[in-house]
Design a protein around this ligand. Structure first.
Ligand code: 5AD
Ligand code: SF4
Length: 456
């Protein structure tokens, strides 16, 4: 049987796309494999967001070239596919830099993967034109994977932050229709999925066609999805502060399936830097959104993205970022040194912050964010929380799942609990995971939002 190895870098949407590419290949008779040396097709689903991420692709391609040659000597062919955002951004350049690559395919074109593999028998191919058709209409049904799944509801970005490649690699903002999303979600739940994370580069700008032709918002969509019998939890990511509409904030207080977790990138705490970044919001707006969301859901876990060392960022401006973090308090966060990306407005700006300054600022910021993360995890110790069990745990007899706050938990229980909600008392916070014990029948902290609202 033919085998396919698919590796994904970067964001959740890439993980989703990688799963869909595996589906395309499965429909052609390729069994998935985790052993790259036995794969007849190798797909690298790449990320272009920072230089480091993009560079990884070429070192991986170097290793794959050796593998491809070794397999060829044994009489076995290997097709190498570069997909994702580096494919979109660099296109044919990849073919000249990496002689082992057979197919370069962009994030909007992978529904054509089978055809491209056939074409590549004649000649190496690049497909990165934004197609007229919608790839989602041409993809095979999803094989379901596990208890928690991503579902793309919106793609692309019209915001054009000065540092970001996304508007160029993923294109303009497009929302899928409610009907298409509902059909995909229902299939996932029939296949055993109990938690769906709705994903999009600007997911809270979602405005897909609803049943009556009118446009539906993200809270409209979630209200419809939470009616699917068997679906226990909903999440969404990633959001922009300017699109945190009142109705979405209110949904955090009223939709029982919507988990108390919000990833809301702020990037910087300095208004001067935010303006230069073209974020179109200031720090006060961000603080206000957070205050309003905490008013309806006081226990919400907050997460964010930060960039340090944006061109011209002064020590005082960086201190404003630290102040914002100290004031708000995050359960988790991602933080990065600014990385100039080709084709983005900020790429050619003067006033680059020296590398050692960037490193120092990043270390300070990550120190503070780590402290906050540890404090957040430690606060869970002693509470009883509902854990959605996802898989067998690290040790025999253990299972692993997530709390409503998206914290991983390990505890002793049979694997028959996979896919169910189990009340768990948290007894210890490790560095990467919480540890607990099942307390069947116990009341849980942070119960469904509507329950909390009804009791109030
Ligand atoms: N340099 C550093 N970080 C970046 N991000 C996006 N572009 C860049 C860049 N050029 C970060 C932002 C974004 C996250 C997905 O990646 O924080 O929210
Ligand atoms: Fe990039 Fe800004 Fe769009 Fe987010 S909102 S994808 S950071 S351009």
């Amino acid at each position: 049987m033919k085998k396919a190895f698919v590796k994904s870098y970067g964001c959740q949407m890439n993980a989703y796309d990688a799963a869909r590419m595996a589906d395309v290949l499965a429909a052609e008779g390729y069994a998935p494999t985790e052993a790259v040396e036995e794969a007849d097709v190798v797909v690298l689903n790449t990320c272009h967001i920072r230089e480091k991420a993009a560079d990884k692709v070429y070192s991986e391609l170097g290793r794959l070239r050796v593998l491809k040659n070794a397999r060829a000597e044994a009489g076995r062919e290997t097709k190498i596919v570069v997909a994702g955002c580096v494919a979109q951004a660099e296109g044919a350049e990849i073919l000249s830099r990496a002689p082992s690559v057979d197919v370069v395919v962009g994030p909007q074109n992978y529904h054509r993967l089978t055809d491209l593999l056939v074409q590549s028998r004649q000649k190496r191919v690049v497909d990165t034109e934004f197609p007229v058709e919608d790839k989602f209409d041409h993809l095979p049904a999803r094989r379901t994977h596990g208890v928690s799944a991503f579902l793309t509801v919106q793609e692309g970005c019209d915001k054009f932050c000065a540092f970001c490649v996304v508007p160029y690699t993923r294109g303009a903002e497009v929302s899928r229709s409610v009907a298409a999303i509902l059909a995909e979600a229902e299939k996932l739940v029939r296949g055993g999925v109990r938690e769906i994370t709705l994903i999009g580069q600007n997911v809270n700008a979602y405005h897909g066609a609803g049943a009556d032709g009118a446009s539906a918002t993200l809270p409209d969509l979630m209200r419809i999805l939470q009616e699917i019998p068997g679906l226990l939890r909903l999440r969404y990511t990633t959001s922009h502060p300017n699109d945190m509409a009142d109705a979405l904030i209110a949904a955090h207080g009223t939709l029982p399936a919507l988990m108390p977790y919000l990833h809301l990138p702020v990037q910087s705490g300095s208004d001067r830097v935010l303006k230069a970044m073209n974020r179109k919001h200031d720090a006060a707006t961000y603080r206000d959104v957070i205050a309003r969301i905490r008013a309806v859901r006081p226990d919400i876990a907050l997460s964010s993205d930060f960039i340090v060392g944006f061109p011209g960022e002064t020590e005082a401006e960086f201190a404003e970022t630290m102040r914002l973090v100290a004031e708000i308090g995050f359960a988790s966060a991602f933080s990065f040194k600014y990385s100039p990306r080709p084709g983005t407005p900020a790429a050619d700006w003067a006033d680059a912050v020296p590398e050692d300054v960037k490193s120092r600022r990043l270390a300070a910021l990550q120190g503070l964010l780590d402290e906050q993360r540890h404090a957040f995890n430690a606060a869970a110790v002693g509470t009883v929380v509902e854990v959605l069990v996802e898989k067998a745990g690290r040790h025999p007899g253990q299972v692993a799942g997530k709390t409503p706050h998206l914290l991983p938990v390990q505890f002793d229980a049979p694997t028959s609990t996979i896919g169910t909600l189990v009340p768990v008392r948290i007894v210890r916070a490790g560095s990467n995971s919480l540890f607990g014990e099942a307390v069947p029948g116990a009341a849980v902290a942070g119960a469904a939002a509507a329950g909390a609202a009804a009791a109030a």
